[in-house]
Design a protein around this ligand. Structure first.
Ligand SMILES: [Zn+2]
Length: 509
């Protein structure tokens, strides 16, 4: 089937991000040679939104076969026909889709010698089926007067935990009802996501926009990003962890690295140009839905967010890459974010989560970087990795519109402060600076610094304005940035190997 023909079939989007992704998976299935010929007309009818025959189960079975895979282990069963013990290859649901399927096949058993054996190989895929009934309205596409099936997790994974998702799906409290078309698409949609696992925590990412553009997005971006053989997920990331924002941020970095390479190679499709901001968005914005939860026997949803500011963040990414003078600026940037973790009993990544979460919300990440510097860097006796302060300065200028002149004063004065404090072993003063709780305490500490370190304070930093602002910025941001630059310079002076060390780590990437 031609691309044009495929797009013709994709005219009937449902507006539901999950179901639309399933329709894209199904449209790609049309070009798959393994699809049995009789299913083709059924698939075309389904994609075109035409009236479906009563039984869509052959299509569901075919989809189930694709994700019910051999585990590499074998087992034996009793074959009644030949009256012999035979060997079969064990199969299981592909990770992590199996978390959403509780269907188990238990064939009849027979006592053979001292063992109970199945009388045929179990095949859970054959039990995936729907039995739509009645004539009412589909909750997901709005089709009226259609036979309806109650959603199970493997048709629509958001029927769980109505308390949490009741606002998102107002119908979830009474269960979601779906038509056969949405049911098949819903089951197919599991093959559209990007996912990562850290320990027992799973993170899923599903993109959405108008159906035709979603199809183009899968073709030009998501399929190239998706890799079959990556440990703990199906795409490459620079870092990962158990919290939602750090993983979403890692996905964005991978996506931007990909876009930047395409852009530099002059290879930009209209959809890529939309993501980079080179072209205005021509329809509904591109959104990524991110959901996380606990795995185990089944899935327990914990967090659900969405993100759509690709253009703004890609611009920021490009500024970062341009500013980080290195052979491989992306890996320097990746190391900046990777560093915000600390191994005590286990590797804790909460600082990275705070930094990423603040940035995704477009608020100030400085307090989280300050916390990491004072709580972790002082313990491991190492300054922030190369590029961190450059990354922060660009963020503060681009996103929080901070004045470049003030930022440079804070950088210069903070550096001097830390260097002299290190020479005089006055770390306590830096903690006093960090711990200043209000403007008066902050001015007191500056006074003490003037006295103890014999440093003249830049008069700009004493220019207090109405609303407790200093030189146009909130006083506590001025305090935090000064505390960051000072402690970083202190650590660099005391432990000069540390920065060289972290540069070296980057070059080993
Ligand atoms: Zn429907």
């Amino acid at each position: 089937m031609t691309r044009g023909g495929m797009l013709m079939l994709l005219q009937h989007g449902t507006g539901n991000f999950w179901i639309d992704n399933g329709l894209v998976v199904l449209s790609r299935l049309l070009t798959n040679d393994n699809l049995p010929a009789p299913l083709n007309p059924l698939l075309q009818q389904l994609l075109a939104g035409d009236k479906l025959p009563a039984d869509v189960n052959p299509l569901l079975q075919q989809l189930a076969e694709q994700i019910y895979q051999q585990t590499g282990k074998t087992e034996v069963y009793w074959d009644e026909q030949s009256q012999q013990i035979k060997t079969y290859n064990k199969r299981n649901w592909q990770e992590p889709i199996g978390l959403f399927i509780s269907v188990v096949d238990s064939p009849p058993k027979k006592q053979v010698n001292d063992k109970e054996l199945f009388t045929r190989p179990p095949n859970a895929a054959s039990l995936i089926r729907i039995n739509p009934r009645g004539k009412t309205k589909c909750d997901l596409c709005g089709a009226d007067e259609v036979p309806i099936e109650s959603a199970r997790l493997y048709l629509f994974p958001f029927v769980v935990d109505p308390g949490k998702f009741g606002n998102f799906y107002s119908v979830a409290k009474r269960g979601v009802k779906l038509c056969p078309r949405c049911a098949v698409a819903g089951f197919a949609a599991f093959q559209s996501w990007l996912w990562r696992r850290q320990g027992n925590t799973y993170h899923f990412f599903v993109f959405h926009t108008d159906l035709e553009r979603l199809s183009a997005l899968h073709e030009s971006v998501l399929s190239p990003l998706r890799l079959a053989e990556v440990k703990g997920g199906n795409f490459e990331v620079d870092f990962f962890g158990e919290y939602p924002s750090e993983n979403l941020f890692a996905l964005l970095l991978s996506l931007f690295k990909f876009l930047h390479a395409r852009e530099s190679g002059g290879e930009v499709s209209p959809l890529l140009a939309e993501l980079t901001g080179a072209q205005p968005v021509v329809g509904n914005p591109i959104v990524v839905y991110a959901f996380s939860g606990e795995g185990g026997k089944s899935f327990s949803m914990r967090a659900f967010t969405q993100f759509d500011r690709f253009q703004l963040f890609y611009r920021l990414y490009r500024r970062w890459i341009e500013a980080l003078s290195a052979n491989n600026p992306h890996s320097v940037l990746a190391q900046v974010f990777r560093q915000f973790q600390h191994k005590r009993q286990r590797t804790e990544t909460i600082w990275r989560e705070w930094v990423c979460s603040a940035m995704l919300k477009q608020i100030d990440p400085s307090p989280s970087i300050e916390a990491f510097l004072y709580d972790v860097c002082t313990e491991i006796r190492r300054a922030l990795s190369y590029g961190t302060l450059e990354m922060l300065q660009i963020y503060l200028q681009e996103v929080l519109k901070m004045d470049e002149k003030l930022l440079n004063i804070l950088k210069g004065f903070g550096y001097e402060l830390g260097r002299v404090a290190a020479e005089k072993s006055e770390m306590g003063l830096l903690y006093a600076l960090r711990n200043a709780k209000n403007l008066d305490q902050f001015l007191d500490v500056l006074n003490q610094i003037q006295f103890t370190l014999e440093k003249t304070i830049n008069p700009e930093l004493l220019r207090v304005e109405p609303g407790e602002r200093i030189a146009g910025a909130p006083w506590n941001r001025v305090k935090t940035l000064l505390a960051i630059h000072a402690m970083n310079a202190y650590l660099r002076t005391k432990y000069p190997a540390s920065e060289a060390q972290s540069q070296e780590e980057v070059s080993h990437e």
